[in-house]
Design a protein. Structure first.
Length: 203
């Protein structure tokens, strides 16, 4: 098993610190504790990723450390910039019936840790989603529980909730299997997500 690169370890330390500081749901905190414990043991490292999609040009607007007043968020974004060139950005597959018509060119996802990530493993999925302005991401669900950390303005919904705006530095928790979605207004949105899949054999 390869050693974890220093820049990836720096990102993981910064992101987990921020996730834990901003999460206000007890189940999110429990999930993040499992994730931190699991990540103490590095996984298999991948070769350099496939790179950006056109929508990723918006990272130059939303992934700028100086935009953030909170030191912990600045630290995450700075560390993210150091690993971003190694990522594989992809368009979501599956049912897009609830998405906006511009979804294909208006979003990109990348796994940092997990299947297809810089660090390949099945128990932890840690990644990022980028949405262009006026994009509605489709309703979707998955078995692993999920905690979001939001880095720009945008709206989310889960279960029977209406749309709500966590705000910059906001956090939300999605229980296993719950339907959830996100959308943007006039500005792009960057959000990071951490899923604990270690209790599930299908992960």
């Amino acid at each position: 098993m390869a050693d974890r690169p220093d820049e990836l370890q720096t990102f993981l330390d910064a992101s987990l610190d921020a996730f834990e500081a901003h999460a206000d749901h007890p189940r999110a905190q429990a999930s993040l504790a499992k994730i931190r414990a699991a990540l103490a043991e590095p996984g298999e490292m991948a070769e350099k990723g496939a790179g950006r999609l056109p929508v990723c040009a918006l990272l130059d607007e939303v992934a700028v450390p100086e935009r953030f007043e909170a030191p912990d968020l600045r630290r995450v974004i700075k560390a993210f910039g150091d690993i971003e060139p190694r990522l594989t950005w992809e368009i979501r597959g599956g049912d897009m019936s609830t998405a906006s018509e511009n979804i294909a060119e208006g979003h990109a996802n990348a796994r940092i840790v997990g299947p297809g990530g810089i660090e390949r493993r099945s128990d932890v999925w840690l990644g990022v989603s980028l949405l262009a302005p006026h994009v509605r991401y489709p309703d979707h669900n998955h078995p692993p529980e999920e905690t979001y950390l939001v880095f720009s303005e945008g709206e989310f919904r889960h279960g029977d909730s209406g749309w709500f705006a966590p705000g910059v530095g906001g956090s939300l928790y999605n229980e296993p299997g719950i339907s959830h979605a996100m959308r943007t207004g006039d500005a792009p949105m960057l959000a990071m997500w951490a899923l604990w899949a270690g209790d599930r054999t299908e992960a």
